[in-house]
Design a protein around this ligand. Structure first.
Ligand code: ZN
Length: 88
């Protein structure tokens, strides 16, 4: 069987699936039980077929923003220290 034939095969699935859309616009389906667990979790990631990982939106908006700002602040501090040392 060629790769093309394998990719167009239908599968039968009896569970309930939740359709999710990655920020890259790829839609994909995951089992509802797994999706609910993902929504409750603070540490769980799901991955789109292209490999982008996601956290529940409520977590991303605050926690990730804070982490990003902390990283930027730290980077800025290091740049300042580096430049001051060079100037002397
Ligand atoms: Zn993606």
């Amino acid at each position: 069987m060629s790769l093309d034939e394998e990719m167009t095969e239908n599968i039968e699935y009896k569970g309930e699936l939740k359709l999710h859309r990655c920020w890259c616009s790829i839609p994909f389906a995951i089992p509802v039980e797994l999706y609910n667990e993902y929504q409750r979790s603070d540490t769980m990631y799901i991955y789109c077929p292209l490999g982008h990982h996601m956290r529940p939106v409520r977590e991303e908006s605050l926690k990730d923003q804070l982490e990003k700002m902390t990283d930027q602040k730290e980077h800025y501090r290091h740049e300042c220290i580096k430049n001051n040392i060079k100037e002397k």
